[in-house]
Design a protein around this ligand. Structure first.
Ligand code: ZN
Length: 492
């Protein structure tokens, strides 16, 4: 086995770590490195789903963590396993631990999904430059490799895709962010600020998905959540039949101009295929779907990922959805990674805790234990956190979500927003068109489904959208009232 083991960073892919191990140990060939680490000639070159993890952990004396942790945090399995059935997910973990899995992409439902099973390597030039400066090397980030990640959340910029006729495993050397070999580099073209906000939400939700335990969002659970949400939004009848036209226009509006992006093929079929997809994800005997399809649907019908998870918990009537890290005991490796993230990568306590998978409270306890000085958020908020909050506010992100991801309280977020008129204007531009569509859809639906109710009663129903439309979209509201044969009430 390799004599020198590089540190596996918290968000580094296993493929990336292997290339470092190869370099550090001056191996003569990739095949030799792979053989030494995995006992097979090509596992180390597999960039999305490396297998034979038991051999790797034994030969690295457990320094990289358990096979399960490696699979879930440093390969794409952490993204694909939450949305399949619990039993199947555990079976796949066992198989990649002990050996390789024939037809893995078929088992994960990737082949049938028509999203495409080719996972191009992706990088953020901003991250690569910073790491080169700070660490002397750059690495492949797992959060950038997720099939629904198109932007870097840290730098709020599009990712660069590596286009290559040869998949990484068929090369006999590693491709690295600083040495992309003969691959073509294509930066994602983000057509507008609104599109940037949509893609940022998609990237954030993708990251949230990877924190769920395998099978945590199994088809049955997700279906319960969709049924509930679609009904609440007036996008399905009480018997669960989809209102196809409304759903299609909502999704089209949300992802306008993004169907040309690499890997976004499901969007181009919105119209003739999308209702079938939404139906298959939400029916009582649901079909499993590619995570990207879930993320697109969730992004279109909710204001936040949290809202979807809550709907799933309420919809299936069973226990709360499990997270990868729950329950979990502290390991030395977690502490080492935590220390490295905070001291070397200069991350906030809350940011580092999130990556390791523990609560901020635990992170604060660890910081005390490790003698790391930090500023309590109740006393002051760092300029970096304020910058992050402002960025997310401008993108139209939900206040609760901003508070969680930036590690500040909701009152701090509201205070920052309240003090800045320009930020308010930017924020309202991002959220306005989405809200308008949701309010119009909900209101029209209620007018039809409660045609016997007087308008004054209709306005008392939860989520009716009337007040918002009255303030922001009055011309449309007057026409809609007229169309539904309802004269405006005197007090409106
Ligand atoms: Zn970046």
């Amino acid at each position: 086995m390799s004599a020198i083991l590089p540190l596996l960073l918290a968000n580094q892919t296993l493929y990336s770590w292997c290339s470092q191990a190869h370099q550090l140990n001056c191996s003569t060939s990739a095949r030799q490195t792979s053989d030494r680490l995995f006992g097979t000639p090509y596992s180390a070159l597999c960039h999305d789903f490396p297998a034979h993890l038991r051999t790797l952990t034994q030969r690295t004396r457990g320094q990289l963590g358990s096979p399960r942790e490696l699979a879930l945090r440093h390969t794409l399995l952490g993204y694909f396993l939450p949305t399949i059935d619990d039993k199947k997910a555990e079976e796949i973990i066992d198989l990649v631990t002990e050996g390789a899995i024939p037809c893995l992409k078929m088992r994960l439902g990737i082949t049938a999904s028509r999203v495409g099973g080719y996972h191009p390597l992706k990088l953020c030039p901003g991250c690569a430059d910073e790491e080169q400066e700070r660490l002397g090397y750059s690495y492949w980030h797992i959060e950038h490799q997720l099939p629904s990640s198109f932007v870097c959340l840290k730098h709020a910029r599009p990712l660069v895709f590596l286009r290559d006729a040869i998949t990484p495993v068929h090369r006999r050397y590693w491709v690295t962010p600083t040495d992309p070999q003969d691959c073509k580099l294509n930066e994602v073209r983000v057509p507008s600020e609104t599109a940037m906000a949509t893609l940022s939400r998609l990237a954030r939700d993708s990251l949230e998905l990877t924190t769920l335990s395998p099978g945590g969002l199994s088809p049955a659970r997700a279906a319960g959540g969709y049924q509930r949400l679609l009904r609440e939004r007036g996008l399905a009848t009480s018997r669960g039949n989809l209102r196809v036209g409304q759903l299609v226009s909502l999704v089209r509006e949300r992802y306008r101009g993004l169907d040309e992006l690499p890997g976004m093929a499901p969007l181009s079929s919105v119209g003739h295929e999308w209702p079938g997809l939404a139906a298959s994800l939400s029916r009582r005997k649901p079909q499993p779907g590619h995570p990207l399809k879930h993320l697109l649907l969730v992004g279109a019908i909710t204001d936040s990922w949290k809202e979807f998870v809550q709907a799933c918990e309420a919809g299936c009537g069973t226990a709360t959805i499990g997270y990868q890290t729950n329950p979990r005991s502290t390991r030395d490796q977690d502490l080492t990674q935590f220390k490295q993230l905070v001291l070397e990568e200069r991350m906030s306590i809350s940011g580092a805790s999130k990556i390791i998978g523990v609560s901020t409270t635990t992170g604060v306890q660890w910081a005390k234990r490790l003698g790391i000085t930090y500023t309590s958020r109740s006393k002051s908020v760092s300029p970096a956190a304020i910058g992050e909050v402002r960025k997310l506010l401008a993108e139209g992100e939900h206040v609760d979500t901003i508070a969680i991801s930036s590690g500040v309280s909701t009152s701090v977020v509201n205070r920052i927003l309240g003090a800045d008129d320009r930020l308010k204007a930017l924020r309202s531009r991002s959220t306005f068109s989405h809200r308008k569509l949701v309010a119009r859809t909900s209101f029209s639906h209620l007018c039809k489904s409660h045609s016997h109710l007087p308008l004054s009663e209709l306005r008392k129903l939860p989520g009716n959208g009337y007040a918002w439309l009255y303030r922001n979209d009055r011309t449309w509201l007057s026409k809609a009232l007229h169309r539904h044969g309802r004269p405006p009430s005197r007090d409106s």
